[in-house]
Write a protein that binds this ligand. Structure first.
Ligand code: FEO
Ligand code: CA
Ligand code: CA
Ligand code: CA
Length: 612
């Protein structure tokens, strides 16, 4: 059993054992509180949550459903901006959360999936998107509470206007009857994870947008049908039947609306009146997340995963450089950084003979799954590097461009983030049960297991530690699963001293440079959870479990501050056959109450820093 003390600084807690409790289970000596739940009012005038009388108007002023990505931004350091009277209501930080999707069967009593009402559909539109909400820390503990009616609080939903920016803005592929110029989109959908920019904005990835669009099976043009299929846009009626209430979700009526989703969006949380933007320069795919860093001379480099079996990971390098000044003009300049640059996709090669990759996770003779990689350019501004595709086609059909460029098919690239300490970059590859199946790509050194249920974490270093470099070296840091399974690897750390981990999804770092991983889809019989692991030093690879989440939930949005850990408990109670009438979870408020996705803060009760 791993135990307290023999761990890297920042990870000195008693690991939580795998379990299936319908609770957020935290280490001994740690406290927790629910910071905000689905439906809590955040805007002025929004009513208290009453699930029996919910309305779209109420939901548009309340915290959305299925919180995923989280970030906290300082409130005090931007005294010049509106709402900069940051201490209003004791608020000291701004929480930004994504609301990935809705579980109608857990939101509406008596929900009929074949026949949703207009009101239910409009509530779901209002429950998607993002929330910006001020939060206040407690003096004696690490607890956080939401500050409703703060002037910076904001809801962005499936109907909020967005501006399309970058080289594909205005493209014929983006024009619709409601927007003949192809520059203004209503809403953002399936916002999964994201990133925080060095210039104080938030990026959010539009992930499984395919599920909202209906009647792909009626599209007859073969080229168009193939492109839809490559993005998973298939079938007849959509799961939520939104096409009944808005033609834009019907591919036979609005063929281009689907091209207006699948982007990275950027929100300026310090300006509640700003129009959020969709950045075409960063390509269109099932964007899991988008994590920026700066080169030494100030170019923004954004890493991005496309979460699908056998899809790719990407990076974008901005043409312009960030300004450090704080004038309005500097801010405008920084807000345009992602409008122009070069989009690359990753191609990896292993350095061990192919016959040493046995598909079971056995280490090759050189002792590591490792090798080198190249960033293959796809497009820069109006210039395409992909034969037979224009630049705007590369941006709108990025998956097709990357297929042509010979990118490496990965085991579902989810979150990607560089370590602020070492500059090395970590890619969560969550799983791929189709690896090695008939007609599919077989194991390779970076994706070494067939029918990969537990996933792996890849670590790469850009050549010369230059984020703009076109070459990198890589190795697998973790090959996840039960440590007793010989096909697992924990950075070389002794496997009798690590926590089992399965299906890594989101990644973040603490102030000591430890990597924290949250999981989605645990295949080891435990609920999902949050784990910390040292990436350097003697304890490299020592995975330690910090918490587990309730029944049916995945762990999202992890953030590790000195005094607290924040997680988004997404889709608690999402179990086949569960409903309002037959809930599978009673978290967070106990039996007889609606199960509610919520943000939770966890802190050491003795007032010390996390993991000290
Ligand atoms: Fe929304 Fe790839 O997780
Ligand atoms: Ca090797
Ligand atoms: Ca995710
Ligand atoms: Ca996931």
């Amino acid at each position: 059993e791993p135990h307290h003390g023999k761990a890297a600084k920042g990870l000195r807690f008693t690991p939580v054992a795998p379990n299936t409790a319908d609770a957020v289970t935290v280490p001994e000596g740690y406290g927790q509180n629910v910071v905000i739940r689905w439906g809590e009012p955040i805007l002025r005038g929004a009513p208290a949550f009453d699930p029996t009388r919910q309305s779209a108007e109420a939901q548009a002023g309340q915290f959305g459903y299925n919180n995923d990505f989280l970030t906290l931004l300082p409130l005090h350091s931007r005294g010049g901006t509106r709402g900069g009277a940051g201490h209003r209501g004791g608020a000291d930080q701004l929480l930004v959360a994504n609301h990935e999707y809705t579980n109608e069967e857990l939101m509406f009593a008596g929900y009929d999936p074949e026949k949703p009402t207009r009101e239910q559909v409009e509530i779901a539109w209002a429950a998607h998107g993002l929330s910006v909400v001020a939060v206040a820390g407690q003096h004696r503990t690490g607890a956080l509470r939401a500050v409703p009616r703060h002037p910076l609080n904001r809801r962005i939903t499936a109907t909020t206007p967005f501006e399309v920016t970058g080289p594909a803005a205005g493209s014929r592929l983006l024009r619709t009857s409601a927007d003949p110029r192809g520059r203004r989109v209503l809403g953002t959908l399936n916002n999964c994870s994201g990133g925080t920019t060095p210039w104080g904005t938030v990026l959010s990835g539009e992930e499984n947008f395919n599920q909202y669009f209906a009647h792909a099976e009626q599209v007859t043009n073969p080229q168009r049908a193939a492109a839809l299929k490559r993005y998973g846009v298939v079938g007849g009626a959509s799961q939520r039947r939104w096409e009944r209430f808005d033609d834009r979700f019907d591919l036979t009526k609005e063929p281009n609306e689907v091209h207006r989703f699948g982007w990275v969006v950027e929100v300026d949380p310090y300006d509640p009146d700003s129009t959020p933007r969709k950045h075409t320069a960063l390509g269109r795919f099932k964007h899991e997340a988008a994590q920026p860093r700066l080169t030494r001379d100030g170019h923004a480099v954004v890493y991005m995963g496309d979460d699908e079996r056998f899809d790719y990971f990407y990076k974008f390098v901005s043409k312009k450089t960030m300004r450090r000044g704080r004038s309005a003009e500097d801010r405008r300049h920084n807000l345009s950084l992602l409008d122009e640059g070069t989009l690359y996709v990753a191609r990896l090669s292993g350095n061990s003979p192919a016959d040493e990759i046995d598909g079971r996770g056995t280490l090759p003779e050189d002792g590591e799954f490792d090798g080198t990689g190249r960033w293959i350019p796809l497009a820069a501004g109006d210039r395409s590097f992909v034969e037979g595709m224009s630049a705007e086609e590369v941006y709108v059909f990025t998956r097709l461009a990357a297929d042509k460029a010979g990118a490496t098919k990965m085991d579902r690239p989810e979150d990607i983030e560089p370590s602020p300490r070492t500059g090395r970059v970590y890619v969560a590859l969550t799983n791929n049960t189709d690896r090695g199946a008939a007609g599919k790509a077989g194991p390779d050194e970076a994706n070494p297991r067939r029918a990969n249920k537990h996933g792996q974490v890849l670590e790469f270093a850009e050549r010369g530690d230059d984020p703009q470099s076109l070459r990198f070296s890589w190795r697998l840091f973790l090959v996840c699963g039960d440590p007793e399974d010989p096909g697992t690897y924990f950075g070389g750390f002794p496997k009798d001293e690590v926590s089992p981990i399965s299906c890594p999804d989101n990644v973040t770092f603490d102030g000591y440079g430890n990597l924290w991983l949250s999981t989605d889809g645990n295949e080891l019989g435990s609920h999902d959870g949050l784990f910390g692991v040292a990436t350097a030093g003697r304890r490299r690879g020592q995975v330690r479990q910090f918490l587990t989440v309730p029944t049916g939930a995945e762990t999202c949005g992890p953030l590790v501050q000195d005094r607290r850990v924040l997680v988004a408990v997404q889709h608690p109670g999402e179990v086949d056959g569960a409903s309002v009438e037959k809930p599978a979870s009673s978290w967070p408020d106990g039996p007889g109450k609606y199960v509610r996705p919520s943000v939770v803060a966890v802190w050491p009760e003795d007032g010390s820093d996390v993991g000290r």
